[in-house]
Write a protein that binds this ligand. Structure first.
Ligand SMILES: O=P(O)(O)OC[C@H]1O[C@H](OP(=O)(O)OP(=O)(O)O)[C@H](O)[C@@H]1O
Ligand SMILES: Nc1ncnc2[nH]cnc12
Length: 172
Protein backbone atom coordinates (compact mmCIF):
# COMPACT_ATOMS: atom_id res chain seq x y z
CA UNK A 1 0.00 0.00 0.00
CA UNK A 2 1.32 3.45 -0.99
CA UNK A 3 0.84 5.51 2.17
CA UNK A 4 1.97 8.74 0.51
CA UNK A 5 -1.01 8.63 -1.83
CA UNK A 6 -3.30 8.87 1.24
CA UNK A 7 -1.72 12.11 2.49
CA UNK A 8 -3.37 15.29 1.25
CA UNK A 9 -1.36 18.42 0.42
CA UNK A 10 -2.85 21.76 1.42
CA UNK A 11 -1.08 24.90 0.23
CA UNK A 12 -0.69 27.99 2.42
CA UNK A 13 -1.96 26.38 5.63
CA UNK A 14 -1.86 27.42 8.45
CA UNK A 15 -0.08 30.43 6.94
CA UNK A 16 1.17 31.56 3.50
CA UNK A 17 4.18 29.61 2.24
CA UNK A 18 3.54 26.41 4.22
CA UNK A 19 2.72 23.23 2.31
CA UNK A 20 0.72 21.33 4.89
CA UNK A 21 0.87 17.52 4.79
CA UNK A 22 -2.61 16.56 5.98
CA UNK A 23 -2.79 13.15 7.70
CA UNK A 24 -6.56 13.20 8.23
CA UNK A 25 -6.99 11.45 4.88
CA UNK A 26 -4.43 8.79 5.88
CA UNK A 27 -5.91 8.02 9.29
CA UNK A 28 -9.47 8.19 7.95
CA UNK A 29 -8.67 5.29 5.65
CA UNK A 30 -9.00 1.98 7.58
CA UNK A 31 -6.18 0.24 5.69
CA UNK A 32 -4.06 3.38 5.79
CA UNK A 33 -4.30 3.69 9.56
CA UNK A 34 -3.66 0.00 10.17
CA UNK A 35 -0.76 -0.18 7.74
CA UNK A 36 0.91 2.92 9.25
CA UNK A 37 0.79 1.51 12.77
CA UNK A 38 1.89 -1.95 11.60
CA UNK A 39 4.87 -0.47 9.73
CA UNK A 40 5.95 1.62 12.72
CA UNK A 41 5.67 -1.51 14.87
CA UNK A 42 7.76 -3.58 12.44
CA UNK A 43 10.45 -0.92 12.04
CA UNK A 44 10.75 -0.41 15.81
CA UNK A 45 11.07 -4.15 16.40
CA UNK A 46 13.64 -4.66 13.66
CA UNK A 47 15.70 -1.71 14.99
CA UNK A 48 15.37 -3.22 18.49
CA UNK A 49 13.59 -0.11 19.75
CA UNK A 50 11.46 -1.73 22.44
CA UNK A 51 10.53 0.91 25.02
CA UNK A 52 9.04 0.85 28.50
CA UNK A 53 7.11 3.99 27.54
CA UNK A 54 6.15 5.82 24.38
CA UNK A 55 5.77 9.57 24.67
CA UNK A 56 3.50 11.26 22.15
CA UNK A 57 3.15 14.97 21.51
CA UNK A 58 -0.23 16.72 21.53
CA UNK A 59 -2.21 16.48 19.42
CA UNK A 60 -1.38 14.64 16.20
CA UNK A 61 1.34 12.65 17.94
CA UNK A 62 -1.28 11.02 20.17
CA UNK A 63 -2.90 9.44 17.10
CA UNK A 64 0.15 7.30 16.31
CA UNK A 65 1.80 7.03 19.73
CA UNK A 66 -1.06 5.35 21.57
CA UNK A 67 -1.74 2.43 19.21
CA UNK A 68 2.00 1.88 18.81
CA UNK A 69 2.40 1.75 22.61
CA UNK A 70 -0.39 -0.82 22.71
CA UNK A 71 1.33 -2.90 20.02
CA UNK A 72 4.73 -2.75 21.73
CA UNK A 73 3.31 -3.42 25.22
CA UNK A 74 4.59 -0.04 26.41
CA UNK A 75 2.93 2.64 28.53
CA UNK A 76 1.76 5.85 26.86
CA UNK A 77 2.86 9.22 28.28
CA UNK A 78 1.32 12.42 26.90
CA UNK A 79 3.41 15.52 26.21
CA UNK A 80 0.92 18.36 26.27
CA UNK A 81 0.50 22.00 25.38
CA UNK A 82 0.61 24.41 28.39
CA UNK A 83 -1.95 24.26 31.17
CA UNK A 84 -3.49 20.90 30.27
CA UNK A 85 -1.73 18.46 32.61
CA UNK A 86 -3.18 18.44 36.14
CA UNK A 87 -0.21 17.36 38.28
CA UNK A 88 3.19 19.15 38.66
CA UNK A 89 4.96 19.53 35.28
CA UNK A 90 8.25 20.39 33.63
CA UNK A 91 7.92 22.86 30.76
CA UNK A 92 10.04 23.75 27.68
CA UNK A 93 9.48 26.43 24.97
CA UNK A 94 10.35 25.73 21.34
CA UNK A 95 10.08 27.00 17.74
CA UNK A 96 8.26 25.12 14.97
CA UNK A 97 7.79 25.60 11.22
CA UNK A 98 4.98 28.11 11.85
CA UNK A 99 5.41 29.72 15.25
CA UNK A 100 6.44 29.04 18.84
CA UNK A 101 4.85 27.08 21.64
CA UNK A 102 5.57 25.24 24.90
CA UNK A 103 5.28 21.62 25.88
CA UNK A 104 4.84 20.02 29.30
CA UNK A 105 5.25 16.60 30.90
CA UNK A 106 4.22 15.35 34.32
CA UNK A 107 7.24 15.30 36.60
CA UNK A 108 6.36 11.79 37.80
CA UNK A 109 5.39 10.38 34.38
CA UNK A 110 8.04 7.65 34.35
CA UNK A 111 10.50 5.96 36.68
CA UNK A 112 14.01 7.44 36.11
CA UNK A 113 16.14 5.53 33.55
CA UNK A 114 13.10 3.96 31.88
CA UNK A 115 13.52 3.36 28.15
CA UNK A 116 11.46 5.87 26.18
CA UNK A 117 10.57 6.13 22.48
CA UNK A 118 9.36 9.50 21.15
CA UNK A 119 6.53 9.23 18.59
CA UNK A 120 4.95 12.02 16.51
CA UNK A 121 3.09 12.23 13.22
CA UNK A 122 5.67 14.41 11.49
CA UNK A 123 9.27 15.63 11.79
CA UNK A 124 9.72 19.09 10.25
CA UNK A 125 12.27 21.50 11.80
CA UNK A 126 12.70 19.17 14.76
CA UNK A 127 11.76 21.88 17.29
CA UNK A 128 8.96 19.82 18.81
CA UNK A 129 11.06 16.67 19.07
CA UNK A 130 14.02 18.61 20.48
CA UNK A 131 11.79 20.16 23.16
CA UNK A 132 10.53 16.68 23.99
CA UNK A 133 14.12 15.44 24.35
CA UNK A 134 14.76 18.31 26.78
CA UNK A 135 11.68 17.37 28.82
CA UNK A 136 12.79 13.73 28.90
CA UNK A 137 16.24 14.76 30.15
CA UNK A 138 14.53 16.62 33.01
CA UNK A 139 12.78 13.43 34.10
CA UNK A 140 15.96 11.36 33.57
CA UNK A 141 14.50 9.10 30.92
CA UNK A 142 16.71 6.95 28.72
CA UNK A 143 15.78 8.02 25.16
CA UNK A 144 16.12 4.99 22.86
CA UNK A 145 14.79 6.57 19.65
CA UNK A 146 12.21 8.58 17.75
CA UNK A 147 9.59 7.38 15.26
CA UNK A 148 7.60 9.54 12.84
CA UNK A 149 5.06 8.69 10.18
CA UNK A 150 6.32 11.59 7.99
CA UNK A 151 9.68 13.35 7.65
CA UNK A 152 10.17 16.65 5.78
CA UNK A 153 13.78 16.04 4.78
CA UNK A 154 14.59 19.59 3.58
CA UNK A 155 13.87 21.02 7.04
CA UNK A 156 16.69 18.92 8.54
CA UNK A 157 14.93 18.01 11.77
CA UNK A 158 17.36 15.12 12.26
CA UNK A 159 20.15 17.58 12.91
CA UNK A 160 18.37 18.63 16.12
CA UNK A 161 18.32 15.00 17.32
CA UNK A 162 21.99 13.97 17.24
CA UNK A 163 22.88 10.44 18.35
CA UNK A 164 19.24 9.36 18.56
CA UNK A 165 18.05 6.52 16.27
CA UNK A 166 15.26 7.85 14.04
CA UNK A 167 12.61 5.93 12.11
CA UNK A 168 10.32 7.53 9.54
CA UNK A 169 7.95 5.94 7.04
CA UNK A 170 7.18 8.62 4.45
CA UNK A 171 9.69 11.18 3.21
CA UNK A 172 9.13 14.45 1.36
O1 LIG B 1 9.41 19.45 13.65
P1 LIG B 1 8.59 20.67 13.95
O2 LIG B 1 8.96 21.86 13.12
O3 LIG B 1 8.56 20.99 15.42
O4 LIG B 1 7.10 20.36 13.51
C1 LIG B 1 6.45 19.15 13.75
C2 LIG B 1 5.30 19.32 14.69
O5 LIG B 1 4.32 20.21 14.13
C3 LIG B 1 3.04 19.62 14.23
O6 LIG B 1 2.41 19.89 15.43
P2 LIG B 1 1.61 21.24 15.78
O7 LIG B 1 2.45 22.04 16.72
O8 LIG B 1 1.15 21.88 14.52
O9 LIG B 1 0.40 20.74 16.67
P3 LIG B 1 -0.81 19.68 16.48
O10 LIG B 1 -0.20 18.30 16.54
O11 LIG B 1 -1.65 19.97 17.67
O12 LIG B 1 -1.50 19.94 15.17
C4 LIG B 1 3.32 18.14 14.13
O13 LIG B 1 2.26 17.37 14.67
C5 LIG B 1 4.60 17.99 14.93
O14 LIG B 1 4.36 17.82 16.31
N1 LIG C 1 4.36 21.16 6.62
C1 LIG C 1 3.72 20.59 7.64
N2 LIG C 1 2.62 19.84 7.40
C2 LIG C 1 1.96 19.26 8.43
N3 LIG C 1 2.32 19.39 9.71
C3 LIG C 1 3.41 20.14 9.98
N4 LIG C 1 4.02 20.43 11.14
C4 LIG C 1 5.07 21.22 10.86
N5 LIG C 1 5.17 21.44 9.56
C5 LIG C 1 4.14 20.76 8.98
Amino acid sequence: MELKSLIRDITDFPQPGILFRDITTLIGNPQGLRHTIDLLDEKCRSANLIPDYIVGMESRGFIFATPLAYQLNAGFVPIRKPGKLPAPVYSVSYDLEYGTDSLEIHQDAIAPQSKVLIVDDLLATGGTAQATVELLHKIEAQIIGCAFAIELIALKGREKLPNIPIISLIEY
